[in-house]
Design a protein around this ligand. Structure first.
Ligand code: GLU
Length: 422
């Protein structure tokens, strides 16, 4: 594939997403025209988001919304507030959302949004003003039939309620289906908050069952203790797995006898970090990737397992709770070592699956029980896991390549059938 002039997207993460697509395009003999269209997003918007800070000063933040593809339906994907947010990264995340939705058979394309800021240093009022002004700036791009945002890093259900309210005020009536991940009282669904972690835990368990030989209490290390990491740890702990290490942005703990996860969650609610938790030893943040455990769950930022540490990964299973935690070079190293990497587009798909259920309930004005949500989530994720597992065996490729073959394949087929307009 020749170099393309669209340099504005280039950053490490976007390059990695493109390389993954290029590799799978070759494996599956993807039509060159479809391949080239899928290498870049369909539509991208850069917005300036000015807000008044609590001290009276006006500050400008850069915001983005990228729609990678809308072949199978409206585009879908979260909004993150983080200091690393930039166009290329958002575009990469939007591309992964396309494959994730397609792999899980959801009638969506992929999108992503974000605002470059330090949310941990902002007050709740400032975050509300930022959320509302950002929503206003991207308003023309979103809508329940067009593009449906959701939570991602450092955004939560409160912010989704503000987004829904801002959009609804512009339209003139309540439009709950414009965002997902809302509180239940404004059209959210039961089971959404825990959905991503529940899915990560489920795919890790399925991998343990399929691969075999792990004994009664497989050991687990979890990097990141936000919504995804903490819920994954909670469910695996409930299933009798031994969580031996946890890190977050500030600190890490290691306890080979097993961490009491509900106790750790209570500690983090009080202290804001796992740092200082007892019992257990202090763990250096970068050492989590090299522990001798059965399962490693990277559930924080992208590009953590790279060619400089992949060789020292001892886990037999890596379940990507985050999006893009393993670089392309690291992926090759892990694959050669026989590590079973459950790709993010499968492992962390529980969030968008339950977002889809929320959207369906909003559109139908008919709400489901938590059991119904959880059973349907388990069904869809188990089915996708099995498809990936068997495709990987049949085609003798890694689970990531298998997941991409399925995800990209469905989009490509739909694109072919729809044809090129005009
Ligand atoms: N931000 C989540 C993800 O990366 C959820 C997206 C959604 O629910 O639309 O999958």
């Amino acid at each position: 594939m020749s170099q393309h002039p669209m340099k504005e997207f280039y950053n490490e993460t976007f390059y990695m997403a493109q390389k993954q697509l290029d590799a799978v395009a070759e494996t599956m003999n993807l039509d060159a025209g479809v391949h080239e269209r899928l290498r870049f997003p369909r539509k991208s918007l850069i917005v300036s988001v000015p807000i008044k800070l609590d001290n009276g000063i006006t500050k400008l933040f850069m915001g983005y919304r990228v729609q990678h593809d809308q072949t199978l339906g409206p585009s879908k994907g979260g909004v993150r507030f983080h200091h690393d947010v930039q166009l290329g990264e958002v575009a990469a995340l939007a591309m992964w959302m396309t494959w994730k939705c397609s792999l899980l058979n959801l009638p969506y394309g992929g999108a992503k949004g974000g605002v470059c800021c330090f949310p941990e240093e902002m007050s709740e009022n400032e975050l509300e003003r930022l959320t509302r002004r950002y929503t206003t700036e991207i308003l023309s791009m979103i809508g329940p039939e067009k593009d449906i945002p959701a939570p991602d890093m450092y955004t939560n259900e409160k912010m989704m309620a503000w987004m829904m309210d801002t959009y609804s005020n512009f339209i003139g009536y309540a439009v709950p289906g414009v965002v997902t991940g809302k509180p239940v009282s404004v059209g959210g669904t039961l089971g959404r908050v825990e959905a991503t972690g529940r899915g990560v835990a489920l795919t890790a368990e399925l991998a343990v069952q399929k691969l075999g030989g792990f004994g009664d209490a497989p050991t687990v290390a979890v990097q990141g203790f936000g919504n995804v990491g903490s819920v994954t740890a909670k469910f695996l702990h409930q299933k009798g797995y031994k969580i031996v290490a946890v890190t977050d942005a500030k600190g890490g703990i290691y306890d080979p006898t097993g961490i009491d996860v509900p106790k750790l969650q209570a500690y983090v609610r009080e202290h804001g970090s796992v740092e200082g938790y007892h019992p257990g030893d202090e763990l250096d943040l970068k050492d989590i990737f090299e522990l001798d455990v059965d399962i490693l769950v990277p559930a924080a930022v992208a590009n953590c397992i790279t060619e400089s540490n992949a060789d020292r990964v001892k886990a037999k299973i890596v379940a990507e709770g985050a999006n893009g935690p393993v670089t392309t070079e690291a992926d090759r190293i892990l694959d050669a070592k026989g590590v079973y990497v459950i790709p993010g587009i499968l492992a962390n798909a529980g969030g968008v699956v339950v977002s889809y259920f929320e959207w369906v309930q909003d559109i139908q004005h008919l709400f489901w029980s938590e059991n119904e949500v959880t059973n349907k989530l388990t069904y869809l994720m188990t089915k996708a896991f099995d498809e990936v597992f068997h495709t990987a065996l049949e085609r003798k490729v890694s689970p990531r390549t298998a997941a991409m073959i399925i995800g990209v394949g469905r989009v490509a087929e739909a694109k072919k059938l729809r044809g090129l307009y005009p």
